[in-house]
Design a protein around this ligand. Sequence first.
Ligand code: HEM
Length: 478
Amino acid sequence: TPPDTLDLNNIQGDILSGLPKKTQLYIFFQIVDVTKFRADLARFVPLVKTVAGVLKDRQLIKEHKKKGHKTLIPLVGVNIAFSHLGFVKLGIDDSSLGPATDPFIIGQFKDSVQNLGDAGTQTASGLVPNWDPAFVQPLHGVILISGESHETLQKKKLEIECIFGVRTIQPSIFQVTSLRGDVRPGAESGHEHFGFLDGISNPAVIGFDKDPNPGPVSVNPGVIVTGYTGDPSQATRASWAVDGSFLVFRYLFQQVPEFNDFLRKNPIAFQDLTPEEGSDLLGARLVGRWKSGAPIDLSPFKNDPVLAVDPKRNNDFKFEGEINSQFRCPFAAHVRKTNPRNDLEALPPPVGPISVQKNRIMRRGVQFGPELTKEEKKTAKTECGRGLLFACYQTSITNGFQFLQKTWANNPKFPIGQTQPEEPGLDPLIGQGVRSMSGTDPNNEEKVISGMPDFIIPRGGEYFFSPSLKGLRETLAS
Ligand code: HEM
């Protein structure tokens, strides 16, 4: 059968193509005047950038670069998404987005301590996560603004604030908080705060990515966009809920000086590596890639900067022949935990093979916070908050983000099906719980590192749904 035809003029741009960004604002809001909000939204919708719009912008950026311009072309991309509480506030029946037990309906505040493993505090009203106070309040929606400069973002933010009457006597929204993310400067551009190149492995989507690079098998469009083949609720989505996607947002702090200190104090003694190289190897084995982006499954003991930047090779690995071994890459390494490839897809019967297609997510994060200060480098202690505004899209949070965090990253026994005696342990970056893992030492795969500090600390988040343009115009706005 021919692939589904995706309506690129109806799908919000961040979902399939990623809003181009050097800097990005997330504005979290509550709706305070429903009637006015619905009218204001009708004037806001023309600002929303679709996938087709992003593709045009990317073409403009390419032509601008080709002409030899050194400055960036001023471009801005706006998207919007709503939480379950937002739909309730608007009086919109969102039951086709999920049953009462769905994480989207429950909300991330409760899900964080019930399923994601976030640390919490017992209070009179139950266990609550240790989050930033802004995320303890109900959030109804989020507006994303991406652009090439702070100036461009600020201008667009003002325009949006005027539409919703913010700072007038009759606002329709209240801004609970806003967070700004910035791509890191210079050579660190594209690298997250621990220093590793990010954004390499995202699923190629059938019917959208025409010429995918070698790597994991392409996913059906309905894994990412509602209403298409692969959407587990395809048959029951209300028409306004088609051409959308669930946006998971997480406010993740990274303890960078502490992470660096941990690597420095635990270098892997292997072959003739210097202590510094042994620390780099440990970092690479926690992530599954070198800082350059080169996958350790292909280049296990030495960085390969050429492989790192070759899109035809840098995602073309499957932990082949490693189903029972963590010599090249630890089972718990972040990229192996969150996309186990052959660990499930090549499992022999009767357990396998198990397809991971339904568990893939489209990641769209951006870094926040400053570079390390001299003081932080000296004391190995975080003084300034920094980390990742983690965002990802999928049609099922249960199969996507929540599954990756709960069933894979936090589960010391995962990946399953290997015959080695040692337990893989937790994902050393995002795993929540008793933080130990095996496999960091290629000389002794069974050796366990225990008591690993928390390198990543969740401080907030919410589950949102990013509707189609038609849904925004015809069902949400008035
Ligand atoms: C890949 C860092 C949070 C899921 C990666 C990569 C890095 C990284 C460096 C390798 C680059 C790439 O393959 O594109 C981080 C950091 C995080 C974080 C620093 C937090 C501050 C998360 C969370 C999840 C997640 C919360 C989901 C629960 C993934 C997935 C991949 C990935 C699915 C791609 C794996 C693959 O297909 O090979 N991450 N990550 N990450 N991460 Fe994370």
